[in-house]
Each structure stands twice: as C-alpha cells, then as structure tokens.
Design a protein around this ligand. Sequence first.
Ligand SMILES: Cc1cc2nc3c(=O)[nH]c(=O)nc-3n(C[C@H](O)[C@H](O)[C@H](O)COP(=O)(O)OP(=O)(O)OC[C@H]3O[C@@H](n4cnc5c(N)ncnc54)[C@H](O)[C@@H]3O)c2cc1C
Length: 460
Amino acid sequence: MLKILTLIKQLPDGDINPFDACALEEALRIPDAEVTVLSMGRPSCEDLLLRLSRLGTKRNILLTDSALAGSDTLCTAYALSQCVKKLSPDVVFCGRQSIDGDTAQVGSEVAVMCGLSLITNALSVGVSERGIECETRFGKENVSFPALVTVERINTLRFPRLTSKKGVVEKWSCDDAGIDKAKVGLRNSPTKVLKTFESTVGRRSCKFVDKSELMNIILENKDKQRLKVEITPSEVKLPEVWCIGEKPMEKAMQIAEKVRVIESTDVTEIAELARAEKPSVILWDSGIWGRRYAPQVAAMLETGLCADCTALETDGKKLYMYRPAFAGSIMAKIECRTMPQMATVRTAEESSDNVIIGAGLGCLDILDKVKSFATDNGFGFSATRAVVDKGLAPYSEQVGLTGKVVSPNVYVALGVSGAVQHTCAIEQAGVIIAVNCDKNARIFDFADFGIVCDVKDLFV
Ligand SMILES: Cc1cc2nc3c(=O)[nH]c(=O)nc-3n(C[C@H](O)[C@H](O)[C@H](O)COP(=O)(O)OP(=O)(O)OC[C@H]3O[C@@H](n4cnc5c(N)ncnc54)[C@H](O)[C@@H]3O)c2cc1C
C-alpha cells in the first residue's frame, strides 16, 4: 500500500491553506493509499487536524513545540524534513505555497533535505507502481519514489461524510521528531526582519475626474513615451554579486561593483560553484523558474532565501532586502545572516500592451464586460490575486508581488483596493487611472487620475 504524507499549514484565520487543501484532496483520490497528515504549528492547530481526520486520513500528526516559534522557511523545512525522514513515506504532497507567506520555498527545501525526487507546480497527478507522473506548469514530468510533489490549486477538498468520525491527533515535540533545537526558531533563522514600515514608494498625486473622461485619458496617454523611473544606485557597493540568468541584473547593478551572470540552470552545478567560490550574494528572478530552483539551492547551501524582493540596498558589506510584509501597505526590511545571502527579485515583464485593464474584486459582477472592453479596444487584461484566487482569471494574468510586474503606458485599475502586493507591481506604469466606489481606497494614493464611481456605471 502506497504511503502518502501530506503537509498542511494552518492559516492565521484557522483554516487550511487552500493549496494544501488541494494537495490533500489529490492524496485522498489515490486508490489503495494510506494518507498521513502532518502540520507544524501551535497547539490550537489540533482542531483543524481533527476536522481533516474525518476525511479518512490514517494518521494526523501535529508538530508543536515552543522552540519552533518564529522559524523562517529554511528552519521550517528542516523541522518538517526530520518528521518526513522518520515517517519515510513513498510520496509527500504539499501545496505550491501558503497564501500568507507566499514564498513557495518549503516544499522544494524539504525535498532537497530528505533526498526526495521533486516535482513542483503539479496541475494533475498520476501514480504508477514505479513513481509519479504529473502535468505541471513546466510540461509533463515523471519521477520515481520516494518523491515530493507541490500542487497548484487544481481541485476542491471534499466534505466529510455525515457518518464519519474524528480520528486522533498525535502531538510531536522537537525531541519526538529528532529536531535539533539549535537549528529552529526565530533566533536560529537565517533570514531576519529588521524593521517594518509604511510604504510610500510609488505614491502619486491623484486628480479626481468624472467617469466620462476615462476613455479620453486612456487615448491621450496610450502612445506617450514613458519616462523611465531612475533608481539611485547605492553609494557604497558590494564588490561582486551573482545573478542566475540575466533578469535580476538591473537590480544587481544598483548594489554591486561587478555582476557575474551564471548561465547554468542545473541546481547542483550552481550549488557546487557557490561552495567553491563563496559569493556573498546570489540573486534570482522571482518568476516561476526562480521560485522552483532558488529554494533547492538555498537548501543545498543551508542558507536563507528572501522571496519576491522589490528593492535591494547595501552598506558595502551586507545585503538588505525589501518586500511587502502584510496585506495593506507595510514593507519589511530583511537581512540574511548566512552566506551566500540569497534573494529572488521582481523584474518587469516585456509586454506589447500600451494599455492594461486591471480588474479587481470590485468587477466581480461584470468581469465579462471588462474583459470584452479590453479585447474590443486592443488593450491587455490583468487581474488582482483576489480575482485569480476565485478562478475567474488565470494565474498568468495576475499582477502583483506573486504575479507579474507590468509597465504599460496606461494602467486602469478597476475595482482594485490597492494593497501593497498589487501596487508594487504597477509602479513603473506611465499613467495610472483608478476607478473605485470608495473614495478612501488606497489605490487612489498610487494613481494619477481617480474616478469615484461604481464600475458598473462605466459599462451602461
Ligand atoms: C504574500 C501575499 C502576496 C500577495 N500577492 C498578490 C499579488 O501578486 N497580486 C495581488 O493583486 N494581490 C496579492 N495579494 C493580495 C493583496 O493583499 C490583496 O488582498 C488583493 O490585491 C486585493 O484584491 P482586490 O483589490 O481585487 O480586492 P479587494 O481588496 O477586495 O478590493 C476590491 C475593491 O473594489 C472596490 N469595489 C467593490 N465594488 C465595487 C464597485 N461596484 N465599483 C467600484 N469599486 C468597487 C472596493 O471598494 C475595494 O476597494 C497578496 C497577499 C499576500 C499576503
């Protein structure tokens, strides 16, 4: 019988991370399999595991220990990998990422630490006697057991049967799992948040206009040559920074005297080169490729990795990384206390669209009309994560911290609240027009033109 382990994260609101819910559903669909659920979290996580046990899981394990509090991704992956080694499953399923941390690092790091074959971003999962075959965002992939698979949002977690009974939750401490307490927790985490602060980057002065002016403003600005935002390079620089591929070069040049581009795409080769030559900083593009491979190299080098950095800074010795911290407008300044210091950085997408219509949750009832408006006028279409999460637009159209960065001549934000995770990816747009029924919406602070109205009124 196939032994499957599913890694589950509980969100701050008490619910299961939606990507992990999909991973669990995939596990439960596999015939003749024994499914164990493992979660690392506070004691209160027991309630979630008890609920999930009604779905027919064989074992439900909660790794809970005060020594684990504040663990970053590398420490979390280490703690989970110790449990995985103890349970020695044929296959581990977990979500592609959690929706609060959103780093997509833990699964890949656990695979490296446990020596498991790895498939990321699975869109469908098939199991044979020899191993796993998946359709992924990278194409068809198959690996032999033991393996770890990270799963996209591809299904809906089943409801328990009315007659189903709750199981029991086994509680493991660090000692139970063979976890070295000197390798986990806030104090031992390689990445450290130095401060959090209100972000003002990308703020614009908003002129409020009537909705009848929307089309005129778009047409007036759609062909205007955009002034490129000049970023002031750091006064003191690091002697050398490595970039994996050319994409992170622009950000690297702001903080380094010399940039070395590593062309290899082989994670073992990159890790071996880094071990031999000891660079102080390695930067990756935060697109889907970087998200898949950077965590593997971080685990091989046992170093911290800061995901989705929007800005970098240095004092000539250390690297300081900036990324949005929470929903809203809070940014975090982060350092990495191990070498090499690694980060994935945001880079703008090349796009031929002069105008992009960005749809937020405020467009929910009229999304088809918004899409037709974009298509009929030859404009591009994009969406916020809230819209993508509802399955109303594909991930490839998501603009934001964990989607793409866009830089059209005109960006029209329709029914978008303006969370920092969205505005950080539209900063380089020429003109930003925001339409929102709430005149206090944050998006207006990041727009050149504001229209306060119901988006439905634009399409009557
Ligand atoms: C780690 C992390 C990463 C994230 N990555 C991304 C990312 O890549 N991209 C992204 O977009 N978000 C991302 N988010 C989510 C982000 O924080 C916000 O939750 C999201 O951007 C909100 O989407 P929204 O503006 O569509 O929805 P909401 O915040 O719900 O806003 C809807 C807006 O529409 C307005 N509205 C409602 N009805 C109407 C109407 N009829 N007419 C006019 N206006 C109306 C409302 O006033 C409101 O301002 C991330 C969050 C986290 C924690």
